[in-house]
Design a protein around this ligand. Structure first.
Ligand SMILES: [Mn+2]
Length: 266
């Protein structure tokens, strides 16, 4: 995949109006969905998912750049897929789709080195158009991190709107940063620091009930099996990047319920 500034600029500039027209929290209805966790420059996972999953929608939960070897290729491939099939491919925002994170974790440097100084601004503009969450078939909440403290429901999160190049609203920030913990009831301090929180069973159950939903899918943590169920199956973590010493997986939500597939078996 050879990438010059022209191709990158075209992908980003065509995606911006398409993504801008999408809601802050998507309402997606389909017969089935494949849910993909962090990819972080893992172009191989993205290619496998896009080429080998047939039927239904595909929802990516964010964290496309920083850290991996093909960060630029990965996000451009995803944008081109979105442009090709806008009602089948959905791209949510992760906590790495911010200027602040890209300055520290590599993507700013990659873009500047390969495409020249000033090219990074394309992505800062793109990030503010990305949806911050979704609801699949009115029953499954999709968000990169998890339940935020200070919001009653997913509608409350949606009311905060899309964000600028960083995650300015603290509720939206937490929705993209928080982690679940068994044994915690409400909310607690996160080892990640910086405004992130951990949330427990009661926080999740209240949020689901007020949202009228049954379960929540999120990414953000590299769990060893590539997926993990918590709180009796009301929450699933899915992680799809092969560079974390884990076995990358994707989730499927269909008529038969929830199942998982390893990326290498697709
Ligand atoms: Mn993350």
């Amino acid at each position: 995949m050879s990438l010059g500034l022209g191709r990158v600029r075209r992908a980003v500039e065509e995606a911006i109006p398409l993504l801008s027209a999408e809601s802050a929290v998507l309402e997606i209805e389909a017969s089935s969905a494949v849910v993909v966790g962090d990819t972080h420059g893992d172009l191989e996972t993205t290619e496998r998912v896009l080429e080998r999953i047939g039927g239904g929608v595909i929802i990516f939960l964010g964290d496309y750049v920083d850290r991996g070897p093909y960060q630029l290729e990965n996000i451009v491939r995803l944008l081109e897929a979105k442009l090709d099939e806008p009602k089948r491919i959905y791209l949510l925002r992760g906590n790495h789709e911010t200027r602040e994170m890209n300055m520290y974790y590599g993507f700013y440097e990659v873009v500047s080195r390969r495409l020249g100084p000033g090219a990074y601004g394309l992505f800062a503009n793109l990030y503010s158009t990305l949806p911050i969450g979704g609801v699949f078939n009115r029953s499954t909440i999709l968000v990169h991190g998890g339940v935020p403290e200070g919001a009653d429901s997913i509608r409350d999160v949606a009311s905060r709107g899309k964000q600028g190049e960083d995650l300015e609203d603290e509720v939206v920030f937490q929705a993209l940063w928080n982690d679940p913990r068994e044994g915690v009831d409400g909310f607690g301090p996160s080892p990640r620091g910086g405004g992130a929180r951990i949330f427990g069973r009661r926080a999740l159950e209240r949020f689901l009930e007020a949202s009228g939903c049954e379960r929540l899918f999120r990414a953000h943590e590299p769990v060893p099996a590539g997926y993990e169920a918590l709180f009796g199956g009301k929450l699933y973590t899915v992680f799809s990047c092969r560079f974390y010493g884990i076995r990358p997986a994707v989730a499927e939500i269909g008529a038969g319920g929830v199942s998982f597939r390893y990326v290498d078996d697709l």
